[in-house]
Design a protein around this ligand. Structure first.
Ligand code: ATP
Length: 591
Protein backbone atom coordinates (compact mmCIF):
# COMPACT_ATOMS: atom_id res chain seq x y z
CA UNK A 1 0.00 0.00 0.00
CA UNK A 2 1.51 3.36 -0.96
CA UNK A 3 2.48 5.72 1.83
CA UNK A 4 0.74 8.45 -0.14
CA UNK A 5 -2.60 6.84 0.78
CA UNK A 6 -1.79 7.32 4.46
CA UNK A 7 -0.52 10.87 3.92
CA UNK A 8 -3.76 11.78 2.17
CA UNK A 9 -5.74 10.41 5.12
CA UNK A 10 -3.53 12.41 7.51
CA UNK A 11 -4.17 15.52 5.49
CA UNK A 12 -7.92 15.01 5.74
CA UNK A 13 -7.72 14.29 9.47
CA UNK A 14 -5.67 17.38 10.05
CA UNK A 15 -8.30 19.73 8.69
CA UNK A 16 -11.43 18.12 10.01
CA UNK A 17 -13.16 19.65 12.98
CA UNK A 18 -15.73 16.91 13.49
CA UNK A 19 -15.18 13.75 15.44
CA UNK A 20 -17.68 11.83 13.31
CA UNK A 21 -15.81 12.83 10.17
CA UNK A 22 -12.55 11.75 11.81
CA UNK A 23 -14.01 8.31 12.53
CA UNK A 24 -15.30 8.04 8.94
CA UNK A 25 -11.84 8.77 7.56
CA UNK A 26 -10.41 6.03 9.75
CA UNK A 27 -13.07 3.50 8.74
CA UNK A 28 -12.39 4.17 5.08
CA UNK A 29 -8.66 3.83 5.60
CA UNK A 30 -8.94 0.61 7.62
CA UNK A 31 -11.15 -0.99 4.98
CA UNK A 32 -8.52 -0.33 2.34
CA UNK A 33 -5.55 -1.44 4.43
CA UNK A 34 -4.20 -4.97 3.85
CA UNK A 35 -4.60 -6.87 7.12
CA UNK A 36 -0.88 -7.52 7.65
CA UNK A 37 -0.31 -3.76 7.61
CA UNK A 38 -3.06 -2.87 10.06
CA UNK A 39 -0.84 -2.68 13.13
CA UNK A 40 1.76 -0.49 11.42
CA UNK A 41 -0.96 1.84 10.13
CA UNK A 42 -2.55 2.17 13.56
CA UNK A 43 0.79 2.95 15.24
CA UNK A 44 1.67 5.48 12.53
CA UNK A 45 -1.69 7.24 12.94
CA UNK A 46 -0.67 7.81 16.52
CA UNK A 47 2.75 9.01 15.40
CA UNK A 48 4.45 5.97 16.91
CA UNK A 49 6.12 2.75 15.84
CA UNK A 50 5.08 0.68 18.85
CA UNK A 51 2.68 0.87 21.76
CA UNK A 52 4.00 3.19 24.51
CA UNK A 53 4.96 0.39 26.83
CA UNK A 54 7.70 -0.79 24.47
CA UNK A 55 9.52 2.43 25.23
CA UNK A 56 11.66 2.43 22.08
CA UNK A 57 12.05 5.87 20.55
CA UNK A 58 13.40 7.00 17.21
CA UNK A 59 16.17 8.97 18.89
CA UNK A 60 16.27 11.59 16.15
CA UNK A 61 16.69 15.24 17.04
CA UNK A 62 15.84 18.28 14.92
CA UNK A 63 19.38 18.79 13.68
CA UNK A 64 19.77 15.25 12.49
CA UNK A 65 16.45 15.28 10.67
CA UNK A 66 17.18 18.58 8.94
CA UNK A 67 20.52 17.21 7.76
CA UNK A 68 18.80 14.15 6.32
CA UNK A 69 16.30 16.35 4.47
CA UNK A 70 19.11 18.50 3.12
CA UNK A 71 21.03 15.45 1.98
CA UNK A 72 18.04 13.98 0.21
CA UNK A 73 16.72 17.11 -1.46
CA UNK A 74 19.94 18.93 -2.22
CA UNK A 75 18.60 22.04 -0.49
CA UNK A 76 21.51 23.53 1.49
CA UNK A 77 21.60 22.83 5.24
CA UNK A 78 21.37 26.52 6.14
CA UNK A 79 18.42 27.02 3.84
CA UNK A 80 16.61 24.04 5.35
CA UNK A 81 17.18 25.44 8.81
CA UNK A 82 15.99 28.88 7.73
CA UNK A 83 12.85 27.40 6.22
CA UNK A 84 12.16 25.51 9.41
CA UNK A 85 12.54 28.68 11.49
CA UNK A 86 10.33 30.65 9.10
CA UNK A 87 7.56 28.08 8.90
CA UNK A 88 7.81 26.91 12.50
CA UNK A 89 6.80 23.41 11.48
CA UNK A 90 9.23 20.72 10.50
CA UNK A 91 6.58 19.05 8.32
CA UNK A 92 5.96 22.14 6.21
CA UNK A 93 9.71 22.73 5.94
CA UNK A 94 10.29 19.19 4.65
CA UNK A 95 7.41 19.58 2.21
CA UNK A 96 8.84 22.83 0.93
CA UNK A 97 12.28 21.31 0.41
CA UNK A 98 10.75 18.51 -1.66
CA UNK A 99 8.96 21.04 -3.84
CA UNK A 100 12.11 23.03 -4.40
CA UNK A 101 14.20 20.20 -5.69
CA UNK A 102 11.65 18.25 -7.70
CA UNK A 103 12.86 19.35 -11.12
CA UNK A 104 16.28 17.93 -10.44
CA UNK A 105 15.11 14.42 -9.54
CA UNK A 106 15.57 11.75 -12.16
CA UNK A 107 14.51 8.57 -10.47
CA UNK A 108 12.15 7.84 -7.58
CA UNK A 109 10.80 4.66 -6.18
CA UNK A 110 7.39 5.42 -4.67
CA UNK A 111 7.24 4.93 -0.90
CA UNK A 112 5.18 2.13 0.58
CA UNK A 113 3.89 1.92 4.14
CA UNK A 114 5.97 -1.22 4.77
CA UNK A 115 9.13 0.49 3.61
CA UNK A 116 8.50 3.60 5.69
CA UNK A 117 7.71 1.53 8.76
CA UNK A 118 10.64 -0.86 8.44
CA UNK A 119 13.09 1.95 7.71
CA UNK A 120 11.91 3.91 10.74
CA UNK A 121 12.24 0.75 12.79
CA UNK A 122 15.87 0.49 11.72
CA UNK A 123 16.35 4.13 12.68
CA UNK A 124 14.96 3.42 16.16
CA UNK A 125 17.15 0.38 16.60
CA UNK A 126 20.42 2.03 15.53
CA UNK A 127 22.43 2.47 18.73
CA UNK A 128 26.00 3.24 19.68
CA UNK A 129 28.97 4.31 17.65
CA UNK A 130 28.21 5.44 14.12
CA UNK A 131 24.48 5.24 14.75
CA UNK A 132 23.94 8.93 13.93
CA UNK A 133 25.31 8.43 10.42
CA UNK A 134 23.21 5.33 9.93
CA UNK A 135 20.09 7.18 11.04
CA UNK A 136 20.79 10.06 8.64
CA UNK A 137 21.34 7.72 5.72
CA UNK A 138 18.18 5.76 6.43
CA UNK A 139 16.08 8.90 6.75
CA UNK A 140 17.62 10.46 3.66
CA UNK A 141 16.67 7.36 1.67
CA UNK A 142 13.03 7.95 2.61
CA UNK A 143 13.07 11.68 1.91
CA UNK A 144 14.76 10.99 -1.40
CA UNK A 145 11.70 9.11 -2.57
CA UNK A 146 9.03 11.14 -0.78
CA UNK A 147 6.48 13.32 -2.50
CA UNK A 148 6.02 16.73 -0.80
CA UNK A 149 2.92 15.72 1.16
CA UNK A 150 4.56 12.48 2.28
CA UNK A 151 7.60 14.42 3.44
CA UNK A 152 5.36 16.63 5.58
CA UNK A 153 4.06 13.72 7.64
CA UNK A 154 7.26 11.73 7.59
CA UNK A 155 9.14 14.63 9.16
CA UNK A 156 6.47 15.11 11.82
CA UNK A 157 6.42 11.41 12.69
CA UNK A 158 10.20 11.35 13.00
CA UNK A 159 10.22 14.24 15.48
CA UNK A 160 7.15 12.96 17.37
CA UNK A 161 5.09 15.93 16.18
CA UNK A 162 2.38 14.23 14.16
CA UNK A 163 -0.23 14.86 16.86
CA UNK A 164 -3.41 14.31 14.91
CA UNK A 165 -5.13 14.01 18.25
CA UNK A 166 -6.84 10.73 17.38
CA UNK A 167 -7.95 9.15 20.64
CA UNK A 168 -7.63 5.43 21.29
CA UNK A 169 -11.39 5.26 21.63
CA UNK A 170 -11.88 6.75 18.17
CA UNK A 171 -9.62 4.06 16.70
CA UNK A 172 -11.60 1.40 18.57
CA UNK A 173 -14.88 2.83 17.27
CA UNK A 174 -13.57 2.78 13.73
CA UNK A 175 -12.22 -0.79 14.05
CA UNK A 176 -15.53 -2.04 15.43
CA UNK A 177 -17.46 -0.48 12.55
CA UNK A 178 -15.01 -1.47 9.83
CA UNK A 179 -14.70 -5.11 10.88
CA UNK A 180 -17.51 -5.94 13.28
CA UNK A 181 -20.43 -3.68 12.65
CA UNK A 182 -22.26 -4.52 15.89
CA UNK A 183 -22.46 -3.02 19.36
CA UNK A 184 -21.06 -6.26 20.72
CA UNK A 185 -18.02 -5.80 18.47
CA UNK A 186 -17.24 -2.49 20.16
CA UNK A 187 -17.28 -4.16 23.59
CA UNK A 188 -15.06 -7.00 22.44
CA UNK A 189 -12.41 -4.74 20.90
CA UNK A 190 -12.44 -2.53 23.96
CA UNK A 191 -11.97 -5.47 26.29
CA UNK A 192 -9.05 -6.75 24.21
CA UNK A 193 -7.51 -3.30 24.29
CA UNK A 194 -7.99 -2.97 28.05
CA UNK A 195 -6.18 -6.26 28.64
CA UNK A 196 -3.38 -5.81 26.09
CA UNK A 197 -2.95 -1.99 25.93
CA UNK A 198 -1.91 -2.55 22.34
CA UNK A 199 -4.12 -0.95 19.70
CA UNK A 200 -1.97 -2.27 16.86
CA UNK A 201 -2.36 -5.82 18.08
CA UNK A 202 -6.14 -5.45 18.36
CA UNK A 203 -6.31 -3.87 14.89
CA UNK A 204 -4.27 -6.53 13.17
CA UNK A 205 -6.07 -9.35 14.94
CA UNK A 206 -9.53 -8.12 13.99
CA UNK A 207 -8.43 -7.60 10.38
CA UNK A 208 -6.84 -11.03 10.12
CA UNK A 209 -9.03 -13.19 12.34
CA UNK A 210 -12.20 -11.19 12.79
CA UNK A 211 -13.94 -10.89 16.15
CA UNK A 212 -13.24 -14.49 17.14
CA UNK A 213 -9.53 -13.75 17.09
CA UNK A 214 -9.97 -10.63 19.19
CA UNK A 215 -11.84 -12.62 21.83
CA UNK A 216 -8.63 -14.62 22.29
CA UNK A 217 -6.54 -11.59 23.27
CA UNK A 218 -5.81 -11.78 26.98
CA UNK A 219 -3.30 -10.77 29.61
CA UNK A 220 0.40 -11.27 28.85
CA UNK A 221 3.15 -10.71 31.37
CA UNK A 222 5.36 -7.90 30.06
CA UNK A 223 2.45 -6.07 28.45
CA UNK A 224 0.59 -3.68 30.79
CA UNK A 225 -3.10 -4.02 31.61
CA UNK A 226 -5.07 -0.76 31.54
CA UNK A 227 -5.70 0.18 35.17
CA UNK A 228 -8.97 0.05 37.04
CA UNK A 229 -9.88 3.47 38.45
CA UNK A 230 -11.92 4.82 41.32
CA UNK A 231 -15.01 6.97 41.55
CA UNK A 232 -15.29 9.46 44.39
CA UNK A 233 -17.74 10.28 47.15
CA UNK A 234 -17.73 12.65 50.08
CA UNK A 235 -18.81 10.80 53.18
CA UNK A 236 -18.41 7.28 54.61
CA UNK A 237 -22.18 7.00 54.75
CA UNK A 238 -22.53 7.65 51.02
CA UNK A 239 -19.81 5.14 50.24
CA UNK A 240 -21.45 2.42 52.31
CA UNK A 241 -24.84 3.06 50.73
CA UNK A 242 -23.36 2.99 47.25
CA UNK A 243 -21.52 -0.31 47.68
CA UNK A 244 -24.08 -1.89 50.02
CA UNK A 245 -23.12 -4.21 52.89
CA UNK A 246 -19.60 -4.87 54.01
CA UNK A 247 -16.79 -3.01 52.24
CA UNK A 248 -13.02 -3.38 52.10
CA UNK A 249 -11.23 -0.11 52.84
CA UNK A 250 -7.57 0.45 52.07
CA UNK A 251 -5.21 3.35 52.68
CA UNK A 252 -4.95 5.63 49.65
CA UNK A 253 -1.25 6.30 49.28
CA UNK A 254 -0.16 9.46 47.53
CA UNK A 255 2.59 8.20 45.27
CA UNK A 256 2.85 6.77 41.81
CA UNK A 257 0.80 3.82 40.70
CA UNK A 258 3.00 0.94 39.61
CA UNK A 259 1.99 -2.18 37.76
CA UNK A 260 4.74 -4.67 38.42
CA UNK A 261 5.17 -7.64 36.09
CA UNK A 262 7.50 -10.50 36.89
CA UNK A 263 8.48 -13.50 34.84
CA UNK A 264 11.29 -15.58 36.29
CA UNK A 265 14.17 -13.15 36.84
CA UNK A 266 12.74 -10.41 34.66
CA UNK A 267 10.75 -7.56 36.19
CA UNK A 268 8.96 -4.70 34.46
CA UNK A 269 7.33 -1.64 36.01
CA UNK A 270 4.56 0.22 34.17
CA UNK A 271 3.07 3.60 35.06
CA UNK A 272 -0.58 4.58 35.32
CA UNK A 273 -0.24 5.78 31.72
CA UNK A 274 1.27 2.43 30.74
CA UNK A 275 4.75 3.72 30.05
CA UNK A 276 7.56 1.34 30.76
CA UNK A 277 9.26 3.00 33.76
CA UNK A 278 11.42 0.01 34.71
CA UNK A 279 14.66 1.89 34.06
CA UNK A 280 13.69 4.70 36.42
CA UNK A 281 13.18 2.34 39.31
CA UNK A 282 16.00 -0.20 39.61
CA UNK A 283 15.31 -0.36 43.36
CA UNK A 284 11.65 -1.23 42.83
CA UNK A 285 12.62 -3.86 40.31
CA UNK A 286 15.00 -5.43 42.80
CA UNK A 287 12.76 -5.36 45.87
CA UNK A 288 9.71 -6.52 43.93
CA UNK A 289 11.72 -9.28 42.27
CA UNK A 290 12.81 -10.55 45.69
CA UNK A 291 9.61 -9.94 47.61
CA UNK A 292 6.99 -11.43 45.30
CA UNK A 293 6.93 -15.15 45.56
CA UNK A 294 5.69 -16.27 42.18
CA UNK A 295 7.08 -17.31 38.81
CA UNK A 296 4.80 -15.33 36.55
CA UNK A 297 2.76 -12.56 38.08
CA UNK A 298 1.21 -9.10 37.66
CA UNK A 299 0.56 -7.04 40.79
CA UNK A 300 -0.38 -3.45 41.36
CA UNK A 301 0.64 -1.07 44.06
CA UNK A 302 1.63 2.45 44.87
CA UNK A 303 5.27 3.47 44.97
CA UNK A 304 5.76 6.10 47.65
CA UNK A 305 8.90 8.19 48.08
CA UNK A 306 10.12 8.60 51.63
CA UNK A 307 12.70 10.69 53.37
CA UNK A 308 15.60 8.33 54.05
CA UNK A 309 16.55 10.40 57.14
CA UNK A 310 13.16 10.43 58.84
CA UNK A 311 11.23 7.65 57.13
CA UNK A 312 8.35 10.09 56.50
CA UNK A 313 6.43 9.90 53.26
CA UNK A 314 7.26 12.61 50.76
CA UNK A 315 4.62 14.35 48.65
CA UNK A 316 3.77 12.85 45.30
CA UNK A 317 5.67 15.57 43.37
CA UNK A 318 8.98 14.41 44.81
CA UNK A 319 8.66 11.15 42.93
CA UNK A 320 8.93 13.06 39.68
CA UNK A 321 12.66 13.43 40.51
CA UNK A 322 12.89 9.76 39.68
CA UNK A 323 11.64 10.28 36.12
CA UNK A 324 15.03 11.21 34.74
CA UNK A 325 17.34 9.73 32.17
CA UNK A 326 20.62 10.31 33.97
CA UNK A 327 21.72 10.33 37.58
CA UNK A 328 19.26 7.60 38.53
CA UNK A 329 21.59 6.19 41.19
CA UNK A 330 21.75 9.54 43.00
CA UNK A 331 17.98 10.10 42.71
CA UNK A 332 17.48 6.61 44.09
CA UNK A 333 19.41 7.55 47.24
CA UNK A 334 17.68 10.89 47.70
CA UNK A 335 14.20 9.63 46.95
CA UNK A 336 13.99 5.97 47.86
CA UNK A 337 10.67 4.26 47.24
CA UNK A 338 8.54 1.90 49.31
CA UNK A 339 5.93 -0.29 47.69
CA UNK A 340 2.39 -0.80 48.95
CA UNK A 341 0.64 -3.49 46.94
CA UNK A 342 -3.12 -3.50 46.62
CA UNK A 343 -4.06 -5.82 43.75
CA UNK A 344 -3.27 -9.01 41.89
CA UNK A 345 -4.15 -9.27 38.21
CA UNK A 346 -2.45 -12.43 37.04
CA UNK A 347 -0.68 -15.38 38.63
CA UNK A 348 0.99 -18.37 37.01
CA UNK A 349 -1.33 -18.78 34.07
CA UNK A 350 -4.51 -17.64 35.83
CA UNK A 351 -6.26 -14.38 34.94
CA UNK A 352 -7.20 -12.94 38.35
CA UNK A 353 -9.03 -9.93 36.90
CA UNK A 354 -12.05 -12.21 36.59
CA UNK A 355 -12.00 -13.08 40.29
CA UNK A 356 -13.58 -11.11 43.14
CA UNK A 357 -11.55 -8.64 45.19
CA UNK A 358 -11.61 -10.89 48.29
CA UNK A 359 -9.93 -13.71 46.46
CA UNK A 360 -7.39 -11.42 44.79
CA UNK A 361 -6.47 -9.87 48.13
CA UNK A 362 -6.16 -13.27 49.86
CA UNK A 363 -3.84 -14.56 47.16
CA UNK A 364 -1.86 -11.30 47.19
CA UNK A 365 -1.26 -11.77 50.92
CA UNK A 366 0.11 -15.22 50.22
CA UNK A 367 2.60 -14.19 47.55
CA UNK A 368 3.91 -10.87 48.90
CA UNK A 369 6.61 -11.27 51.49
CA UNK A 370 6.47 -8.06 53.49
CA UNK A 371 9.70 -6.35 54.48
CA UNK A 372 11.01 -2.86 55.20
CA UNK A 373 10.41 -1.63 51.66
CA UNK A 374 7.57 -3.85 50.52
CA UNK A 375 4.12 -3.97 52.10
CA UNK A 376 0.46 -4.68 51.51
CA UNK A 377 -1.81 -1.64 51.64
CA UNK A 378 -3.39 -1.76 55.12
CA UNK A 379 -7.00 -2.89 54.84
CA UNK A 380 -10.06 -3.33 57.04
CA UNK A 381 -13.48 -4.87 56.37
CA UNK A 382 -16.34 -2.89 57.83
CA UNK A 383 -20.00 -2.10 57.53
CA UNK A 384 -19.98 0.95 59.78
CA UNK A 385 -19.52 4.64 58.95
CA UNK A 386 -17.62 5.08 62.21
CA UNK A 387 -15.26 2.27 61.28
CA UNK A 388 -14.50 3.98 57.98
CA UNK A 389 -14.15 7.39 59.60
CA UNK A 390 -11.64 6.14 62.16
CA UNK A 391 -9.65 4.23 59.57
CA UNK A 392 -9.56 7.30 57.35
CA UNK A 393 -8.23 9.48 60.17
CA UNK A 394 -5.57 6.87 60.79
CA UNK A 395 -4.62 6.84 57.11
CA UNK A 396 -4.37 10.61 56.98
CA UNK A 397 -2.25 10.65 60.10
CA UNK A 398 0.12 8.23 58.38
CA UNK A 399 0.52 10.69 55.49
CA UNK A 400 -1.99 9.10 53.14
CA UNK A 401 -4.64 10.97 51.19
CA UNK A 402 -7.58 9.04 52.56
CA UNK A 403 -9.07 5.69 51.62
CA UNK A 404 -9.95 3.69 48.56
CA UNK A 405 -13.05 1.72 49.48
CA UNK A 406 -13.67 -1.42 47.44
CA UNK A 407 -16.57 -3.72 46.78
CA UNK A 408 -15.33 -7.12 48.03
CA UNK A 409 -17.36 -8.98 45.41
CA UNK A 410 -16.20 -7.02 42.38
CA UNK A 411 -13.79 -8.22 39.74
CA UNK A 412 -10.94 -6.12 38.34
CA UNK A 413 -12.39 -3.88 35.66
CA UNK A 414 -9.44 -3.02 33.45
CA UNK A 415 -9.58 0.46 31.96
CA UNK A 416 -12.79 1.40 33.75
CA UNK A 417 -13.70 4.00 36.37
CA UNK A 418 -16.59 2.46 38.21
CA UNK A 419 -18.29 2.40 41.61
CA UNK A 420 -16.55 -0.83 42.63
CA UNK A 421 -13.72 1.41 43.89
CA UNK A 422 -14.57 4.67 45.60
CA UNK A 423 -12.06 7.16 46.91
CA UNK A 424 -12.76 8.94 50.09
CA UNK A 425 -10.49 11.87 50.69
CA UNK A 426 -10.60 14.19 53.63
CA UNK A 427 -10.84 17.29 51.49
CA UNK A 428 -14.11 16.20 49.92
CA UNK A 429 -15.75 16.52 53.30
CA UNK A 430 -15.21 20.25 53.44
CA UNK A 431 -16.94 22.30 50.87
CA UNK A 432 -14.94 24.25 48.30
CA UNK A 433 -11.57 22.58 48.65
CA UNK A 434 -12.00 19.92 46.04
CA UNK A 435 -9.37 19.73 43.32
CA UNK A 436 -10.02 18.69 39.74
CA UNK A 437 -7.67 17.76 36.92
CA UNK A 438 -8.36 19.71 33.74
CA UNK A 439 -6.98 19.79 30.23
CA UNK A 440 -5.56 22.97 28.70
CA UNK A 441 -7.32 23.64 25.38
CA UNK A 442 -6.76 27.35 24.80
CA UNK A 443 -4.63 30.32 25.81
CA UNK A 444 -5.19 34.06 26.29
CA UNK A 445 -2.40 36.55 25.68
CA UNK A 446 -1.18 38.18 28.87
CA UNK A 447 -1.05 41.90 29.49
CA UNK A 448 1.04 44.15 31.71
CA UNK A 449 3.48 42.02 33.65
CA UNK A 450 2.32 39.01 31.70
CA UNK A 451 2.98 40.45 28.25
CA UNK A 452 4.73 37.92 26.04
CA UNK A 453 3.29 34.87 27.79
CA UNK A 454 -0.23 33.56 28.19
CA UNK A 455 -2.01 35.33 31.03
CA UNK A 456 -4.68 32.67 31.41
CA UNK A 457 -5.66 29.30 30.01
CA UNK A 458 -8.95 27.86 28.91
CA UNK A 459 -9.37 24.46 30.53
CA UNK A 460 -11.76 21.61 29.94
CA UNK A 461 -13.16 18.47 31.52
CA UNK A 462 -13.34 15.20 29.61
CA UNK A 463 -16.70 14.03 28.32
CA UNK A 464 -16.11 10.32 28.20
CA UNK A 465 -19.35 9.43 26.45
CA UNK A 466 -18.73 11.76 23.54
CA UNK A 467 -14.93 11.62 23.76
CA UNK A 468 -14.81 15.41 23.77
CA UNK A 469 -13.21 18.06 25.95
CA UNK A 470 -15.73 20.61 27.20
CA UNK A 471 -14.66 23.86 28.80
CA UNK A 472 -15.24 24.69 32.46
CA UNK A 473 -13.29 27.87 33.15
CA UNK A 474 -10.51 30.26 32.34
CA UNK A 475 -7.73 29.98 34.88
CA UNK A 476 -5.04 32.61 35.42
CA UNK A 477 -4.50 32.52 39.19
CA UNK A 478 -1.95 30.39 40.97
CA UNK A 479 0.79 30.54 38.33
CA UNK A 480 4.17 31.86 39.43
CA UNK A 481 6.16 33.99 36.95
CA UNK A 482 8.31 30.96 36.33
CA UNK A 483 5.27 28.75 35.72
CA UNK A 484 3.98 31.24 33.17
CA UNK A 485 7.24 31.15 31.24
CA UNK A 486 7.54 27.37 31.43
CA UNK A 487 3.93 26.88 30.38
CA UNK A 488 4.34 29.26 27.45
CA UNK A 489 7.24 27.26 26.16
CA UNK A 490 5.65 23.90 26.87
CA UNK A 491 2.33 24.81 25.22
CA UNK A 492 4.01 25.95 22.00
CA UNK A 493 4.42 22.27 21.21
CA UNK A 494 0.67 21.79 21.14
CA UNK A 495 -0.43 24.89 19.24
CA UNK A 496 -2.91 24.41 16.43
CA UNK A 497 -4.36 27.08 14.20
CA UNK A 498 -7.96 26.08 14.73
CA UNK A 499 -10.04 24.72 17.55
CA UNK A 500 -9.28 21.03 17.89
CA UNK A 501 -12.14 18.76 16.73
CA UNK A 502 -12.36 17.18 20.16
CA UNK A 503 -12.78 20.53 21.90
CA UNK A 504 -16.21 21.99 22.58
CA UNK A 505 -16.02 25.68 23.42
CA UNK A 506 -18.25 28.69 23.06
CA UNK A 507 -15.50 30.94 24.27
CA UNK A 508 -12.94 32.11 21.68
CA UNK A 509 -9.35 31.66 22.80
CA UNK A 510 -6.43 33.68 21.42
CA UNK A 511 -4.63 30.41 20.78
CA UNK A 512 -5.92 26.87 20.53
CA UNK A 513 -4.07 23.81 21.72
CA UNK A 514 -4.29 20.09 21.06
CA UNK A 515 -5.73 18.67 24.30
CA UNK A 516 -2.72 17.11 25.96
CA UNK A 517 -1.59 18.89 29.13
CA UNK A 518 -3.42 18.23 32.41
CA UNK A 519 -3.22 20.60 35.39
CA UNK A 520 -4.70 20.39 38.85
CA UNK A 521 -7.12 23.16 39.69
CA UNK A 522 -8.67 24.10 42.99
CA UNK A 523 -12.00 25.83 42.79
CA UNK A 524 -14.33 27.44 45.26
CA UNK A 525 -17.56 26.21 43.76
CA UNK A 526 -19.25 24.72 40.74
CA UNK A 527 -21.86 26.97 39.19
CA UNK A 528 -24.23 26.98 36.24
CA UNK A 529 -22.81 28.90 33.32
CA UNK A 530 -24.13 30.22 30.02
CA UNK A 531 -20.62 30.21 28.52
CA UNK A 532 -18.94 26.98 29.48
CA UNK A 533 -19.93 23.81 27.69
CA UNK A 534 -19.26 21.04 30.24
CA UNK A 535 -22.49 19.16 31.03
CA UNK A 536 -24.37 21.45 28.66
CA UNK A 537 -28.11 21.07 29.22
CA UNK A 538 -27.67 18.28 31.80
CA UNK A 539 -28.64 20.32 34.82
CA UNK A 540 -30.49 23.13 33.12
CA UNK A 541 -31.20 23.71 29.44
CA UNK A 542 -29.07 26.48 27.98
CA UNK A 543 -26.47 26.14 30.72
CA UNK A 544 -23.28 24.24 31.36
CA UNK A 545 -21.14 23.87 34.45
CA UNK A 546 -18.26 26.16 35.34
CA UNK A 547 -15.78 26.54 38.17
CA UNK A 548 -15.85 29.62 40.29
CA UNK A 549 -12.59 31.18 41.52
CA UNK A 550 -10.35 28.57 39.95
CA UNK A 551 -6.68 28.50 40.88
CA UNK A 552 -3.81 26.39 39.57
CA UNK A 553 -2.44 24.39 42.50
CA UNK A 554 1.06 24.12 41.06
CA UNK A 555 0.58 20.46 40.22
CA UNK A 556 1.23 19.75 36.59
CA UNK A 557 -0.18 16.27 36.08
CA UNK A 558 2.35 14.90 33.63
CA UNK A 559 1.34 11.47 34.82
CA UNK A 560 -2.16 11.88 33.42
CA UNK A 561 -3.26 11.65 29.84
CA UNK A 562 -6.05 14.04 28.75
CA UNK A 563 -8.52 11.17 28.97
CA UNK A 564 -7.59 10.77 32.64
CA UNK A 565 -8.76 14.30 33.44
CA UNK A 566 -11.81 14.88 35.61
CA UNK A 567 -14.84 13.95 33.57
CA UNK A 568 -17.94 15.97 32.87
CA UNK A 569 -19.88 13.13 34.48
CA UNK A 570 -17.84 13.57 37.68
CA UNK A 571 -18.49 17.32 37.64
CA UNK A 572 -22.22 16.69 37.41
CA UNK A 573 -21.97 14.39 40.44
CA UNK A 574 -19.93 16.96 42.33
CA UNK A 575 -22.42 19.68 41.47
CA UNK A 576 -25.36 17.58 42.63
CA UNK A 577 -23.67 16.65 45.90
CA UNK A 578 -22.65 20.22 46.51
CA UNK A 579 -26.13 21.57 46.01
CA UNK A 580 -27.56 18.79 48.15
CA UNK A 581 -25.25 19.57 51.04
CA UNK A 582 -25.92 23.28 50.75
CA UNK A 583 -29.64 22.54 51.01
CA UNK A 584 -28.95 20.32 54.05
CA UNK A 585 -26.83 23.02 55.69
CA UNK A 586 -29.54 25.60 55.16
CA UNK A 587 -32.16 23.26 56.57
CA UNK A 588 -30.00 22.76 59.68
CA UNK A 589 -29.63 26.48 60.13
CA UNK A 590 -33.38 27.03 59.89
CA UNK A 591 -33.94 24.37 62.55
P1 ATP B 1 -5.96 11.16 42.22
O1 ATP B 1 -5.89 12.28 41.26
O2 ATP B 1 -6.96 11.36 43.32
O3 ATP B 1 -4.63 10.66 42.69
P2 ATP B 1 -6.28 9.44 40.06
O4 ATP B 1 -7.20 10.11 39.11
O5 ATP B 1 -4.81 9.47 39.78
O6 ATP B 1 -6.59 9.97 41.49
P3 ATP B 1 -8.07 7.46 40.83
O7 ATP B 1 -8.54 6.29 40.10
O8 ATP B 1 -9.03 8.55 40.92
O9 ATP B 1 -6.72 7.95 40.19
O10 ATP B 1 -7.63 7.03 42.28
C1 ATP B 1 -7.00 5.83 42.41
C2 ATP B 1 -5.52 6.05 42.47
O11 ATP B 1 -5.12 6.04 43.81
C3 ATP B 1 -4.84 4.88 41.83
O12 ATP B 1 -4.54 5.12 40.49
C4 ATP B 1 -3.60 4.67 42.66
O13 ATP B 1 -2.51 5.35 42.05
C5 ATP B 1 -3.89 5.37 43.96
N1 ATP B 1 -3.99 4.46 45.11
C6 ATP B 1 -3.34 4.62 46.29
N2 ATP B 1 -3.66 3.65 47.16
C7 ATP B 1 -4.54 2.83 46.53
C8 ATP B 1 -5.22 1.65 46.91
N3 ATP B 1 -5.09 1.11 48.11
N4 ATP B 1 -6.04 1.07 45.98
C9 ATP B 1 -6.20 1.62 44.76
N5 ATP B 1 -5.57 2.72 44.35
C10 ATP B 1 -4.75 3.34 45.22
Amino acid sequence: MPFSRLSEAFQKMEVTSSRIALTEILIELFKQTPSQLMDDVVYLIQGKLYPDFVGLELGVGEKLLLRAISLATGVGPQEVEKLYKQLGDVGKAAEDCEKRRRQATLFREPLTISRVYSTLEKVAKAFGEGSQDIKIRLLASLFNDAEPLEARYLARIVLGKLRLGVADYTVLDALAVAFGGTKEAREIVERAYNLSSDLGLVARTIAEQELEGVKGIGITVGRPVRPMLAERLKTPQEVLEKIGGEVAAEYKFDGERMQVHKKGDQVWVFSRRLENITDHYPDVTRIAGDGIKAEEVIVEGEGVAFNPDTGEFLPFQELMHRRRKYGIEKAMEEYPVSLYFFDLLYLDGVDYTQKPYSERRRKLTEIVEESERIHLAPMIRTESPDGLETFMMEAIERGCEGLVVKDPGSNYRAGAREWAWIKLKREYRTEMTDTVDLVIVGGFHGRGKRTGVYGAYLVAAYDKEADMFRTVCKVGTGFTDEDLKDFYEMMSRYETDHKHPRVDSKMEADKWFIPQVVIEVLAAEITLSPIHTAAWGSIRSGAGLALRFPRYTGRLRLDKSPEDATTVQELIEMYRRQTKSIVEEEAKEIR
